[in-house]
Write a new protein. Structure first.
Length: 64
């Protein structure tokens, strides 16, 4: 992703950054994906020691 920021200053100091809307949407989606990935990793870590079932075991328990 390439960004095209425009920096807006006030009294000689950088105050704001403006980016094109499409780039904002891409950044927002990337951040949401990153947050989802962090949540998935946390869930996997917290359940790492939990017992698991194979697909065949699940099918058998559901009479499929």
């Amino acid at each position: 992703m390439t960004l095209h920021p425009q920096v807006i200053g006030k009294e000689g100091k950088k105050e704001f950054v403006v980016i094109p809307y499409d780039e904002f949407v891409q950044m927002k989606e990337a951040l949401e994906n990153f947050e989802d990935l962090k949540a998935l990793r946390k869930a996997k870590e917290s359940e790492a020691t939990e017992p698991s079932l194979t697909l065949d075991q699940v099918k058998e328990s559901l009479d499929l």
